[in-house]
Design a protein around this ligand. Structure first.
Ligand SMILES: Cc1cc2nc3c(=O)[nH]c(=O)nc-3n(C[C@H](O)[C@H](O)[C@H](O)COP(=O)(O)OP(=O)(O)OC[C@H]3O[C@@H](n4cnc5c(N)ncnc54)[C@H](O)[C@@H]3O)c2cc1C
Length: 400
């Protein structure tokens, strides 16, 4: 089949890879001058297979009053007032109560396990340089009670084949001595030794180049898809600014723009932007080597080839991609406070912001769209780097 993949982010390039491997003729279309400049550009870098908890859950429900009053530092909510946003918000709230979060979590754990294996397969076929660090991940918990309930959840995760260990404070310090200078108190952590970190933008660009130069994928950069094209009741290609491209099937892998294109054929996708921020600075010898998540502050740190990246915040504040200077300053201050000696923060790159394409449940949309000829690989929210390879391989299987 001739298949068009729209979007040169990590989801689009991995989709193109597995579709090509399955023997299809693949056209990959990216509106930017190069791949990996959307939300895949500056994310937290964590390949967080054992920690895929959706944003919507009972945890968040208890914090709603303070979030709505703007008192929660990690999550902000000032969404657009449109029918789609309200509909999305109500579905999100439904996922904050009852058993829905644990159902979503099970699905995400299965996909994460597939993704872990699929990335290893891809790298043995196409070696790529992307500051990959297979040093595990540690999730810090501030108090003993939170650590204890994380321990219960760890037992469930082990049933999915994940290796997880609960560490007290002393064992956390033994694992990574950089934590002796950590700016907040913590009681202990949950360690996932098989988790990893890597630069998602470098991976995405590297794979895009291999697809173009060695695997026979036709790549069109600086090319924006304006509409999906239908013929005889099915999606039969895409419309560009001045021309059209025809195909047997089209994959929407264009992140936050997927709902707009889906709407051109009357399809409503429940995806809203959830903005996050990151800051990257040259690492000092005192930087942590293990990839870290502070559960209370909802901030992550990853050591990416001599650089330390901190990423945080989940802001439902509409469709503008602009950096909010207040949030940028908050992230700078938080990163310095937590790890003052870990990086040359004065030499940091400008704070980056990206829009996570989020479904209400946190579970991505993969496979048939309901419109003949149109497939989805979208809505990966805060986990697209972790889930990309599993999602892409699953999509290729579904198209078969
Ligand atoms: C602060 C932050 C931290 C994060 N940390 C992590 C993490 O540690 N681990 C993790 O797993 N995930 C993390 N994520 C989430 C992850 O970055 C995303 O889930 C993932 O990058 C989504 O990839 P994508 O390919 O769907 O989107 P994108 O990377 O945005 O790619 C979509 C591409 O489509 C192109 N495009 C859009 N519309 C069109 C069009 N009409 N025509 C042509 N091209 C088009 C865009 O230019 C873009 O290149 C984080 C996100 C944020 C914001």
């Amino acid at each position: 089949m001739r298949i068009i993949v729209i979007g040169g982010g990590v989801i689009g390039v991995t989709s193109a890879y597995w579709l090509r491997l399955a023997g299809h003729e693949v056209v990959l279309i990216e509106q930017d001058v190069e791949a990996g400049r959307g939300v895949s550009a500056g994310n937290g870098g964590q390949l967080s297979y054992a920690y895929v908890e959706p944003l919507a859950g009972p945890d968040l429900w208890t914090k709603f009053p303070s979030i709505l009053l703007g008192l929660d530092s990690a999550v902000r909510m000032r969404p657009d007032v449109s029918v789609d946003s309200i509909r999305w918000g109500l579905a999100f709230l439904r996922h904050c109560v009852g058993k829905r979060q644990s159902e979503s979590l099970k699905g995400l754990l299965m996909l994460a396990a597939e993704s872990h294996r699929a990335l290893a397969e891809l790298l043995s076929d196409v070696p790529l340089q992307f500051d990959y660090a297979a040093g595990g991940k540690l999730i810090l918990y501030r108090d003993a009670k939170a650590l204890q309930s994380a321990g219960k959840l760890a037992e469930i995760k082990k049933q999915y084949g994940f290796r997880i260990e609960i560490l007290d404070r002393a064992r956390c310090l033994a694992l990574d001595p950089a934590l002796s200078r950590y700016g907040n108190p913590f009681a202990g952590g949950v360690h996932a030794p098989e988790d990893a970190a890597g630069d998602c933008a470098k991976f995405t660009r590297g794979l895009y180049e291999r697809l173009r130069d060695e695997m026979g994928v036709e790549t069109l950069s600086s090319t924006r898809v304006t509409h999906l094209k239908t013929m005889g009741g099915r999606v039969a290609g895409v419309e560009l600014d001045t021309e059209e491209e025809l195909a047997d099937a089209v994959v929407l892998a264009n992140g936050i723009d997927a709902p707009r294109l889906a709407a051109t054929v009357g399809l409503r996708l429940p995806i809203e932007p959830v903005k996050g921020y990151s800051i990257t600075a040259p690492a000092r010898p005192e930087a942590p080597m293990v990839s870290l998540t502070d559960r209370a502050e909802k901030i992550v740190f990853a050591h990416l080839g001599g650089r330390l990246r901190a990423a945080a915040f989940a802001d439902l504040d509409g469709w503008s991609p602009a950096v909010n200077p207040k949030r940028a300053q908050q992230l700078q201050a938080l990163a310095r406070h937590l790890f003052p000696m870990a990086a040359h923060w004065n030499e940091a790159e400008p704070v980056w912001a990206g829009q996570r394409p989020m479904t209400p449940s946190g579970v991505p949309l993969i496979g048939e769209s309901g419109v003949p000829g149109l497939y989805l690989n979208a809505g990966h929210g805060g986990l697209g780097w972790t889930l990309a390879c599993g999602a892409a391989k699953r999509l290729a299987r579904m198209i078969e």
